[in-house]
Design a protein around this ligand. Structure first.
Ligand SMILES: [Zn+2]
Ligand SMILES: [Zn+2]
Length: 255
C-alpha cells in the first residue's frame, strides 16, 4: 500500500539522531510522500532546507498561533520570495489555539486572516490548526476564503465545521486522535464526510495513535490511522490508502 503523510514535523530536534533512518524506513513502509510543516519563520526555513534534500518531501510554511508574537505573515511572504524554486506546497500551519493562551484572540485572528490572504496571493492552499477554538475558526474560515484549497489538520469535528466542510468541499486530515477513546463521536462525523475529502496525517512527533501514546510519533504509524479510518468507514484498508493518497496528491498539486 502507498500512503501520503500530509502533516509531520521532521525538523523537530527530537529527530536529530535518527531523522535519516526514519525517513528511509518510511520509504520502505510505503510512505511515498511527506509534507513537513513549519510553525514559525525558523522552523519553516529549516523545513525548506530539509525537504530540498529528499525528492519525496515537501514543505508547508507559516506561523502557528503559538508564535503570534514571534513572527508575522510578512516574514513568511519574504521567506517564500527568497525560496521560489523550492518545494513549498502550502501555507501552514496557521489558525487559532486557545488551549493554553486565550488572552490574545484578536492577535491570533489577525495573523490567521493575514496568512489566508498571503496564501491567496501566492496561490497556495492553507493548512489549518484549530484547538479549543472551533467557533472562531468557523467564523473566520467562513468569511475569509482560501481560494486554492483548505485543509483542516487534526480535524476535530463540530456540527458547524462539518457542515462547512461539506458545503465547500474542504479537505480534512485525521491523525492519531481518531484512535483515542474519548473521541467516540468521531465515528458519527467520519461517516458524514466523503472519503474524497479525507487525507491522513500523523503530526509526528506529536499525537501518537493508540497503543503508542506517550512515545515519539513517526509517520511509520500512518498505517494504524489508515486502518482505524477504514474500520470507522466500513471500507477496505487498501481503498482508504488509495483514496487518501490520491486526495493528498490532488490537494498539494503533486504529480
Ligand atoms: Zn497543529
Ligand atoms: Zn503540527
Amino acid at each position: 500500500m502507498k500512503y501520503f503523510e500530509t502533516h509531520a514535523h521532521y525538523i523537530d530536534e527530537i529527530f536529530d539522531k535518527n531523522r535519516e533512518e526514519i525517513l528511509k524506513q518510511c520509504k520502505e513502509t510505503g510512505i511515498e510522500y511527506l509534507v513537513d510543516v513549519g510553525y514559525n519563520l525558523e522552523s519553516s526555513q529549516k523545513s525548506i532546507c530539509l525537504t530540498s534534500q529528499y525528492d519525496n518531501m515537501f514543505s508547508a510554511i507559516g506561523v502557528h498561533p503559538h508564535d503570534v508574537k514571534t513572527n508575522s505573515a510578512q516574514d513568511i511572504y519574504d521567506l517564500y520570495q527568497s525560496n521560489k524554486d523550492q518545494k513549498i506546497v502550502a501555507i501552514g500551519e496557521i489558525g487559532l489555539d486557545y488551549a493554553f493562551v486565550s488572552d490574545n484572540k484578536k492577535e491570533q485572528a489577525t495573523l490567521f486572516i493575514e496568512q489566508i490572504e498571503l496564501a491567496n496571493t501566492l496561490k497556495l492552499p492553507i493548512l489549518i490548526h484549530s484547538r479549543d477554538a472551533s467557533l472562531d475558526t468557523y467564523q473566520i474560515v467562513k468569511e475569509h476564503r482560501a481560494e486554492y484549497g483548505t485543509l483542516f489538520h487534526c480535524f476535530h469535528p463540530t456540527e458547524d465545521l462539518v457542515r462547512l466542510v461539506l458545503e465547500r468541499n474542504y479537505t480534512v486530515a485525521f491523525g492519531g486522535n481518531i484512535t483515542y477513546k474519548r473521541n467516540q463521536r468521531f465515528a458519527e462525523y467520519v461517516n458524514q464526510i466523503p472519503i474524497e475529502q479525507i487525507v491522513l496525517e500523523t503530526d509526528s512527533p506529536y499525537l501518537p495513535p493508540e497503543p503508542y501514546r506517550g512515545t515519539v510519533n513517526t509517520s511509520l504509524h500512518l498505517p494504524i490511522i489508515c486502518k482505524k479510518l477504514a474500520e470507522l468507514k466500513g471500507m477496505e484498508e487498501s481503498s482508504v490508502a488509495n483514496h487518501t493518497f490520491e486526495n493528498a496528491k490532488r490537494f498539494f498539486k503533486i504529480d
